[in-house]
Each structure stands twice: as C-alpha cells, then as structure tokens.
Write a protein that binds this ligand. Structure first.
Ligand SMILES: C[S@@+](CC[C@H](N)C(=O)[O-])C[C@H]1O[C@@H](n2cnc3c(N)ncnc32)[C@H](O)[C@@H]1O
Length: 211
C-alpha cells in the first residue's frame, strides 16, 4: 500500500467500564440467550484484561444466522477461549449437529462450560485440546479419514477427510491464518463456508507499515 494513503492508528477510547456496560446493555443483552449473557459476564469477571477475546455479540449473531441458513450440521470451531462463539454455534446447530472445538488450552473453556451445560447443548460439542493446525491436519490426513483424539478421559474417533464439514470458524493465532486456510479449504465441503475473525483487525490493515 502507498504509505501516503495509510491512516494513523486511532486512540483506544473503547475500554472504559461505563462504555463496556453500555455495550453490554445495548448490544450483548437484548434478545440474546440467557447463557450467552452469563458466559460473557463470567468472562469479564474471570479475565478482566482478556474478556474482549470473546467475539462481539453481533458477530456471534451473524455466525448463528449463517449456520441456520446453511442448515449446517458439522462444524469446526478453531479456538474456544471461554466459548462465547462456541455456545452461539452449538445453539444454532440442530440437536444431532456436532461442532469440533479446538483450543491449545482447556482452562478458559472450563469457565464457560457450566453455561454451555445449562443451555443444554454440551452434547453437540467435542472439545479437543491441542495445537489447531496439527489437529486439522490429523483430521484431514489420517488413514481412512479418521482421527482419534483424547477428550477428557476417553478417546473419540472422528470422521474427517476432505469435504466433511459444512462450516468452520477461525479465531486462533492470526499469523497462521494462511496455513489454516490451506487445510480448511479441504476439510470444508464445496458450498460450505469458512469464517475468519479479525480479518481487518479494527482497520489496522490500512495503517502505515511503521505503525
Ligand atoms: C480470541 S480467543 C477465542 C475467542 C472465542 N472465539 C470466543 O468467542 O470466546 C483465541 C484462543 O485461541 C487459542 N489459540 C491460540 N493459538 C492457538 C493454536 N495454535 N491452536 C489452538 N488454539 C490456539 C487461545 O488459547 C485462545 O483461547
């Protein structure tokens, strides 16, 4: 990009507690599932410096609408944290739908899990702890297109392979997006969709390189 046309990084005025409360009341709370509200509040309480990692309420709503319009049944959730987007996804799937949810760290998922259980959708979720790119490649490449993962104290056999997922939502390490994309293009069926969080990173893709 021509640096003459780049923009300066704006000052971050968006993190005051009053503004957070206002955002929750006007964007996150109305018309949202009770447990989505609860999971967000629990995240703010447990992770006061990291809670903004949860996707925005309207973003989760958009994902949910997409899943319902597509009649998605098998999806991938790449990175979970406390599980706001995961819960929104699980709520949007049919009762026999499945989301394979991958995160390198289970600790934050445990914070959100009680609300997922209360929402009655835990049975739609298979949480896999590990490095996402490895797990996705296992899902793609394992012999007979199957991969075995340890979940808690038991092992689960997944059907994987090319075109076996309707949808994938990516919100993990951004530097690896290009690598994820190569494998997701194969795992997600033709006519499915892959959604990437933070693609424009608050407009920072337009900042000058020195910023
Ligand atoms: C932005 S948060 C996800 C937020 C989630 N979508 C939500 O709405 O609550 C990013 C997560 O990515 C996970 N993560 C980062 N690198 C990863 C990797 N290589 N493999 C798996 N998970 C990873 C982190 O542990 C963190 O929980």
């Amino acid at each position: 990009m021509d640096s003459n046309h780049s923009i300066d990084k704006p000052k971050n005025i968006l993190n005051s507690p009053e503004l957070l409360q206002c955002k929750l009341e006007t964007r996150a709370y109305p018309n949202k599932h009770e447990q989505l509200k609860e999971i967000r509040l629990a995240t703010v309480e447990k992770y006061p410096h990291l809670y903004t990692m949860n996707v925005a309420a309207d973003e989760a709503q958009l994902l949910s609408i997409m899943l319902k319009l597509m009649n998605a049944k098998r999806t991938l959730e790449i990175s979970v944290f406390t599980g706001y987007s995961l819960l929104s996804t699980a709520l949007a799937l049919p009762d026999d739908g499945k989301v394979i949810a991958i995160d390198v760290n289970r600790e934050a998922y445990e914070v959100g899990l009680p609300f997922i259980k209360k929402a009655g959708v835990e049975h739609k979720i298979d949480f896999v702890e590990g490095i996402a790119v490895q797990i996705l490649n296992d899902l793609l490449n394992n012999e007979r297109s199957q991969a075995i993962f340890r979940i808690g104290n038991h092992f689960i056999l997944f059907h994987g392979g090319e075109g076996t997922f309707d949808f994938a939502f990516m919100d993990a390490d951004k530097k690896n997006y290009k690598n994820y994309h190569e494998v997701l293009l194969k795992l997600v069926k033709v006519g499915g969709a892959i959604a990437y969080d933070n693609t424009l990173w608050f407009g920072s893709v337009a900042y000058s390189e020195d910023v």
